[in-house]
Design a protein around this ligand. Structure first.
Ligand SMILES: NC(=O)c1ccc[n+]([C@@H]2O[C@H](COP(=O)([O-])OP(=O)(O)OC[C@H]3O[C@@H](n4cnc5c(N)ncnc54)[C@H](O)[C@@H]3O)[C@@H](O)[C@H]2O)c1
Length: 335
């Protein structure tokens, strides 16, 4: 018997990642969809041969459901994920884990109390390119990491989320909370943690609502740009730029400066990882094309969550890894 999973929130990340990847996984037998907009749940149930739950409680009280994906909008993750854990379900929660570290701690306490597995969809840890970069950095062959630069920017979420307009929840303070920082910046803050095995501890930043307007043509309540400088626990210095106003190609690149070389990640679409050596020699790796909003390929996130439940194989990111990144997001947005 395979797993039966429930999904709360049937918007874009469910349509393009959770539903197709569960559907394709041979260890998953059935998907049950719930959304407060019933039509969205029904549409995905039809497409992925699943069933529909009428209330969230029907998902978490269904003893035949093993695990839940929490794909609702940010402001309700702490409600859904906490309740699901305390009802005995394993949970894969979308990022950001919550809209505050206080809420995130409630979730982590529920995880500890329940003894169930909690993973967060920090999917940047799963790309072959980032995994290879981490392996090279941690091998020590290029010496110690000294500094870094990272960027994540595209034209904004109003064409991505299921509400295809400027009325999107991504632009609302009460629902998104942290704007582009919790949407894109958190991916890179988490990625640095993963790549160099060191956590960002201090941050100084500028944030702004530079260009996006809401449905009333007013500047949005959350930031659409953030420029940050970072110091890690081990004293590395870096910077990060996060933007919803890069109105051209998406920029998802990172550069790591080591004592004996430079790692360039996602600077070149063909050679996604390039090592530049002090003498000028370049080592190029062609590993896999980058995933973008318009090009969603299998991320490996769902397979990893399922393997963790079924076989106990440790995933590259667990619930507790998400808290420190969220705390940095809070400093950027609130300080
Ligand atoms: N890991 C990633 O790369 C990635 C990418 C995109 C989005 N996300 C995250 O996924 C989550 C969902 O984003 P999305 O892009 O799918 O948004 P979306 O607007 O397309 O979909 C959200 C869905 O959640 C439903 N919903 C909201 N509150 C609910 C509630 N209380 N009960 C039931 N359903 C509810 C909405 O009706 C909607 O259908 C967000 O937390 C977002 O940050 C992660």
């Amino acid at each position: 018997m395979g797993l039966k999973v429930g999904i709360v929130g049937c918007g874009s990340i469910t349509r393009y990642r959770h539903a197709p990847e569960y559907y394709a996984n041979p260890l998953v037998d059935e998907i049950v969809f719930f959304d407060r907009n019933r039509h969205r749940a029904e549409s995905l149930a039809k497409e992925f041969e699943g069933t529909v739950a009428h209330r969230f409680e029907d998902l978490i009280n269904d003893e035949t459901i093993d695990a839940i994906s929490d794909c609702s909008s940010n402001e309700v993750h702490h409600v859904h994920t906490t309740k699901a854990l305390l009802s005995g379900k394993h949970v894969l929660c979308e990022k950001p884990l919550a809209i505050s570290s206080e809420h995130a701690k409630t979730i982590l306490a529920a995880q500890t109390k329940s003894g169930k597995k909690l993973m967060v969809d920090h999917n940047q840890r799963f790309t072959k390119v980032h995994q290879k970069a981490r392996e090279i950095i941690l091998s020590g062959d290029y010496g110690d990491v000294l500094s870094f630069k990272t960027t994540f920017g595209h034209g904004g979420p109003e064409d991505w989320g299921v509400t295809k307009s400027n009325a999107t929840w991504f632009f609302k303070k009460s629902r998104s909370h942290s704007g582009v920082v919790g949407d894109l910046g958190i991916h890179k803050i988490d990625l640095i943690h993963y790549l160099i095995d060191d956590e960002i501890e201090e941050v100084k930043s500028f944030v702004g609502s530079l260009d996006k307007v809401d449905e009333n043509n007013k500047p949005i309540e959350v930031c659409d740009n953030a420029v940050c400088i970072f110091k890690t626990k081990k004293g590395r210095l870096g910077n990060g730029s996060f933007s919803w106003t890069y109105y051209g190609e998406e920029d998802n690149s990172t550069t790591i400066y080591l004592q004996k070389g430079i790692l360039k990640i996602y600077h070149d679409p063909e050679n996604q990882l390039i090592i530049e050596q002090p003498g000028g020699e370049k080592i190029k790796y062609e590993l896999e094309h980058i995933q973008t909003n318009d090009n969603q390929t299998n991320t490996g996130v769902i397979d990893s969550f399922v393997d963790w439940i079924v076989s106990g194989v440790e995933p590259p990111v667990r619930g507790e890894d998400a808290l420190s990144s969220l705390q940095i997001v809070e400093h950027i947005v609130n300080d």
